[in-house]
Design a binder for this molecule. Structure first.
Ligand code: ACM
Ligand code: ZN
Length: 499
């Protein structure tokens, strides 16, 4: 078949190289065909594209393919001829995606092969998570990564804003969260967190203090930058574990045990004051972020304090809760009700399955994929971020700087398939998509963060956007190498690909 296509293309006057060429694009588009001729980058960008926003016209070009509304919104037809580019889309978002395609083609090649591209996404959620708590990078870094995400047609930025070693977002009701617990004496996380306990925080303005946080103005600027690139920013406010910093600022929110209990990170779920603080924080976060989602964490809460604390025990008795897992579930469900009252839906890490899943929660499956599959069977939406494929803090090469975790090579990342035989056709729509997570315990510098992101984020982008039959590892390797070069010229740190 490929031979026939090449013969046909040669008959049309294309050179053999042009006829064989796959587009130098990540993610690979759904449909691509070569037309005669080429156009120079300078000529292309010297003139405006012809744009038509017409759902009817686009649907006609789709020739009976039945796209979901969200796919149609992102879809586009791009015709690149010697004269210039013509774009047809159903929505502004499709036009934006077509422009990213043109931009990527022009970034990697100075002469663009004329072609027709008909393209739409496979999954609606194509994300990157950044942990800003362990180490803080700040606004310019975030915007730089949003720019690359847009080029890769990724559309969800999960902002992990609070965790044990630092609170990173302004909350007017609780200035101590940023005046105090956004600042610490040690810059490197592992110097601060000795023996998994955690070190102290210091007042803002203390000489040599390490830290930082986003003001509401900073958040507004990031959101506007993301919105222009059709990226939704989903904030994460961790609870009820990973809250060492919250307890440091407000020790009265720890369990009623000596020293607040042996587990250092957990909030007391018996005290109403815990819920009062969390709800007031969430109200301000809801006001800052227009996303319909709020990520409430929910991971790795140790439950020993709750089993001993008289307040937690009283809550369990009053609510008829039989275990610490059910106490955690009570808290997540209560937060979900609060989110619903304000027009929001919750996402949580897969531990929110413990003790019973909140009715409308979306699960981020990180302990492999089984929790996600279980949630899908229960009729819940799921985002896959499995450690062995998508944890970008894990090393991609044993020789790299500060290797941790398992080997998660570019090929390993690329090999992840979200829809296996374990997901029924009827349930497949509950798989919202995929996300790479950049935890930053051992990643202090911007260059280090970027080499952990790239080129592996390229592979996540393709898994999220490209149709399954368009994925092709050897071809992706070639395209990833080419885009790596371009990204370096553009000022990104990109880890060298293995020979
Ligand atoms: C996680 O990695 N604790 C979600
Ligand atoms: Zn308690």
């Amino acid at each position: 078949m490929k031979g026939i296509l090449i013969a046909l293309a040669l008959a049309l006057g294309l050179t053999e190289a042009q006829a064989q060429a796959q587009p130098n694009l990540i993610p690979a588009p759904a449909g691509y065909s070569v037309r005669p001729g080429s156009i120079s980058r300078d000529k292309l960008f010297g003139q405006a594209e012809k744009v038509s926003i017409s759902p009817k016209t686009l649907i006609r070009h789709l020739e009976g393919r039945n796209l979901a509304d969200w796919q149609l919104k992102s879809a586009y037809l791009l015709e690149l001829s010697k004269k210039g580019a013509k774009i047809v889309a159903a929505h502004e978002e499709g036009v934006f995606n077509a422009r990213q395609t043109l931009r990527m083609m022009a970034l990697v090649d100075s002469s663009l092969t004329c072609c027709t591209i008909l393209d739409w996404p496979r999954f609606r959620y194509r994300g990157v998570m950044l942990d800003e708590s362990r180490h803080f990078q700040g606004k310019a870094f975030v915007m730089k990564q949003l720019e690359m995400m847009a080029l890769l047609k990724m559309n969800r930025f999960h902002f992990h804003l609070v965790d044990n070693p630092g609170w990173r977002v302004q909350i007017d009701a609780y200035p101590r969260l940023t005046n105090l617990t956004a600042w610490r004496p040690q810059a490197f996380f592992w110097d601060w967190e000795k023996n998994e306990i955690g070190g102290p925080f210091v007042e803002e303005g203390t000489p040599e203090a390490y830290g930082g946080y986003y003001t509401k103005q900073d958040i507004a600027e990031i959101l506007s930058f993301a919105d222009e690139r059709h990226i939704e920013v989903i904030p994460e406010i961790e609870m009820p574990g990973h809250n060492y910093e919250t307890r440091y600022a407000f020790p009265e929110l720890a369990c009623s045990l000596p020293g607040g209990g042996k587990d250092p990170w957990e909030l007391c779920l018996g005290k109403e004051s815990t819920f009062e603080l969390l709800e007031k924080v969430l109200l301000e976060v809801f006001e800052m972020f227009p996303s319909k989602y709020i990520h409430i964490g929910g991971d790795e809460a140790r439950k020993n304090n709750w089993r001993l604390c008289p307040d937690c025990q009283a809550r369990m008795k009053a609510e008829g809760l039989k275990s610490a897992e059910e106490l955690q579930s009570y808290m997540i469900r209560r937060m979900e009700r609060f989110a619903h009252e304000h027009g929001k839906r919750i996402i949580g890490w897969d531990e929110i399955l413990q003790g019973g899943l909140a009715p409308d929660a979306t699960v981020m499956s990180w302990h492999g994929i089984d929790a996600g599959l279980q949630a899908v069977k229960q009729g819940h939406d799921v985002i896959f971020t499995p450690t062995h494929y998508f944890y970008l803090d894990y090393h991609q090469d044993p020789a790299q700087f500060r290797p941790v975790g398992r080997l998660v090579s570019l090929e390993k990342v690329y090999s992840f398939e979200p829809i296996t035989e374990k997901v029924s056709e009827a349930d497949a729509h509950h798989v919202l998509g995929v996300q790479g997570n950049l935890w930053t315990e051992h990643i202090q510098d911007a260059w280090h963060a970027e080499i952990m992101l790239y080129p592996r984020v390229f592979a996540i982008a393709e898994t999220g956007w490209s149709q399954a039959e368009r994925k092709d590892w050897p071809d992706f390797e070639r395209r990833a190498s080419s885009l790596s070069e371009t990204a370096r010229e553009w000022g990104y740190w990109v880890y060298p690909m293995m020979p």
